[in-house]
Unconditional design. Structure first.
Ligand SMILES: Nc1ncnc2c1ncn2[C@@H]1O[C@H](COP(=O)(O)OP(=O)(O)OP(=O)(O)O)[C@@H](O)[C@H]1O
Ligand SMILES: [Mg+2]
Lengths: 358, 280
């Protein structure tokens, strides 16, 4: 197990700057999830940690030792590729044993390690098969097995579940977490799926356009996002953003949306001079119906139901609003309903910069 | 029902008739070569157009093997083609790998230059090569031919190998390097086995190219000791007379190594070795 320290790391491809100064430290044994939209530089950062690409600047430390100039094989890190990258001419057992063979591990020891990994991943019956005779999920597990036989300093996962179907993905998510619990290995897991990030991470690292936006536990990012990017990226259905006005009244802040009273925050915040703000509120923090003492009215547009819950699409003073509720409501298109907003969970953002107003 | 099965039979018949015609056209020259090589001289001209000779003899083969320098030419050809094939493939593999995997300064120009070399007919460089080789003492040597053939083979063979390497996902090597291999070891243990069909195809391409080449072989190497067999074949046609029998017999013999060669390598030419490497 090892800690990973990344200090002011940059990566340029020619004139294009892909990573613009990344600072991150991952504690020994931690399960960190890198999350961000496609093309934000997640794979690039992982490849720098693995040593497959050279950083254009900054330092990468594994267990306190600078590894920038070490080739991948000397970093003692295992990686599960976005594409699995199984050796097609080797069967499952040889795929998993390859790294141990390179290290001249005694055959008995290899057999034991490979057998153990195969058992853990449910691959015992497949050890003689070539990768082409495996299903996607099985290949994925072999790729995982290839990593865990090694007992490396750290694991890197690059969207290992992105090609699996929903059910398989859910199951593998669980398996990987269990594996981490059993092995306790430092892991960096890349995904663009915020559900994966929320459910798996000890700590989430939210990235956008080559810059880290926020680092924290899943609930920190969920409840207390640093900016509109994180607020909008984490959570499904996504946070509502409404254009509004904020004005200081006494010790609190009074918010209006479309000229109508929205709610009053019991906090003093630094507000922009003109009072223009973006109001963020999560869909499940909005109460719907007369019994909630709602004061603001919205017009119902559409209701989506999953059975367990409903997502109500409504119109609030000309702006779209989503409401998540487990109540089974009978709502008609065009109906006016009163809404109640949970003031404790309203976030205000600077409209120009997208930064959180605190 | 009857109608469809009838039309299926007709389609099937036409299908195979077309294939048969194709095979017949492709193989007829070879058959004729073989037929003439076993026809005795006395009936060769009398029964010129008959599909089967009325008498069969191996005399021509005996003449070729026993009473001519054919075996020497044959040996020369094997050496020249074999060394050319190995040298070209080795160099083309190394270059193709570099072109496929690395970005480096001047890559564009090197590739461009290699393409340019493929645009000219070889004839126009014969004179300069002849005079250069004369000075270097490379005329009338097998080494000279090997150098020429290798040089001419390399550009195309390199492009061929590059495209084979391009077909191998770069992650496979990277996975191997993370597993603890050096780049060279990853190349040898992971990439090379997967590129084997490509390497074998390139060897075959270079070998057959050198095996049948006659222009340079004729002009650069006039002495029998350094002649290859295509030049040897020409010796059967002197001014005025052509000894068809021995010439065809020699031709049949010359085909054998190529046939054996392709028979040996055909199983490596099967594609699909990389299936299953990456999710697709
Ligand atoms: N070799 C390269 N040359 C130039 N640009 C590159 C290269 N590799 C990656 N990039 C660019 O760097 C950016 C980040 O790529 P990266 O693969 O890290 O994205 P990602 O966050 O992993 O995305 P995804 O979720 O789609 O895998 C992209 O805009 C990509 O176009
Ligand atoms: Mg990626």
């Amino acid at each position: 197990m090892a800690s990973i320290e990344i200090a002011n790391v940059r990566k340029d491809f020619g004139a294009v700057s892909v990573l613009k100064g990344i600072d991150l430290s991952i504690a020994s044994g931690e399960f960190a999830v890198l999350v961000g939209p496609s093309g934000c530089g997640k794979s690039t950062l992982l490849r720098l940690i693995a040593g497959l690409d050279d950083a254009s600047g900054g330092d990468i430390l594994i267990d306190g030792r600078r590894v920038n100039d070490l080739p991948p094989r000397d970093r003692d890190i295992a990686m599960v590729f976005q594409s699995y990258a199984l050796y097609p001419h080797m069967n499952v057992r040889d795929n998993m044993a390859y790294s141990l063979k390179l290290k001249r591990t005694p055959a008995a020891r290899i057999a034991e390690a490979v057998g153990g990994a195969a058992a853990k991943l449910g691959l015992e019956a497949l050890t003689e098969r070539k990768p082409r005779a495996l299903s996607g999920g099985q290949r994925q597990r072999v790729a995982m097995g290839r990593a865990i036989v090694r007992n490396p300093k750290a694991f890197l996962f690059d969207e290992p579940l992105s090609n699996l179907d929903a059910r398989m993905r859910e199951q593998m998510r669980f398996e990987i977490r269990k594996l981490h619990r059993d092995l306790g290995a430092t892991s960096v897991y890349v995904t663009h799926d915020q559900i994966e990030a929320m459910t798996m991470a000890d700590r989430i690292v939210a990235m956008n356009a080559g810059v880290i936006q926020q680092v924290g536990s899943p609930l920190e990012l969920y409840d207390d996002p640093a900016n509109m990017f994180v607020a909008g990226f984490i959570g499904s259905p996504a946070m509502n953003f409404l254009e509004g006005q904020a004005k200081r009244v006494g010790t609190g802040v009074k918010i209006t949306v479309g000229g109508k009273a929205f709610c009053t925050l019991p906090l003093a915040l630094a507000l922009p001079d003109d009072g223009h703000v973006t109001v963020g509120i999560r869909p499940e923090r909005i109460g719907i119906g007369a019994d909630r003492n709602g004061t603001t009215e919205a017009i119902i547009d559409l209701v989506e139901t999953t059975g367990a819950a409903n997502v109500v699409h409504a119109d609030l003073a000309g702006q779209p609003l989503k409401i998540f509720t487990t109540q089974r409501l009978q709502l008609a298109h065009g109906e006016r309903v009163p809404l109640a907003f949970d003031a404790g969970h309203v976030c205000l953002f600077d409209r120009a910069s997208g930064g959180r107003l605190r | 029902m009857r109608g469809t099965s009838l039309s299926r039979t007709i389609k099937w018949t036409l299908h195979y008739a077309a294939l048969l015609a194709y095979v017949a056209v492709a193989l007829f020259p070879l058959y004729w070569l073989f037929k003439v090589s076993i026809t005795p001289n006395d009936i060769l001209y009398k029964q010129g157009m008959a599909l089967l000779p009325s008498k069969v003899t191996l005399d021509h083969y005996a003449t070729v093997v026993g009473k001519s320098d054919f075996l020497l030419y044959f040996r020369n050809s094997i050496i020249v083609s074999g060394v050319t094939a190995l040298a070209s493939t080795l160099l083309a593999t190394a270059a193709g790998y570099a072109f496929s995997r690395f970005g480096f300064r001047g890559k564009f120009w090197i590739v461009g230059l290699m393409l340019v070399t493929q645009m000219f007919p070889l004839v126009i460089v014969i004179t300069p090569i002849f005079s250069i080789f004369g000075v270097l003492g490379l005329t009338n040597t097998l080494t000279g031919l090997i150098i020429i053939y290798t040089a001419f083979n390399i550009p195309f063979a390199t492009f061929l190998m590059q495209s084979f390497f391009d077909g191998i996902p770069k992650e496979l090597e990277e996975a191997a390097m993370i597993d603890g291999a050096t780049r060279f070891k990853a190349l040898v243990e992971i990439v090379a086995p997967l590129t084997l069909p490509g390497i074998v195809a390139t060897v075959g391409f270079c070998f057959t190219g050198a095996w049948g080449e006659i222009l340079f072989a004729l002009l650069l190497n006039s002495s029998p000791s350094a002649s290859t067999f295509p030049v040897g074949l020409l010796l059967y046609s002197t001014r005025g007379t052509v000894e068809y029998g021995p010439m065809m017999a020699a031709g049949v013999l010359a085909l054998l190594p190529v046939c054996v060669f392709f028979f040996l390598i055909q199983r490596y030419l099967v594609q699909g070795l990389t299936a299953g490497a990456v999710k697709g």
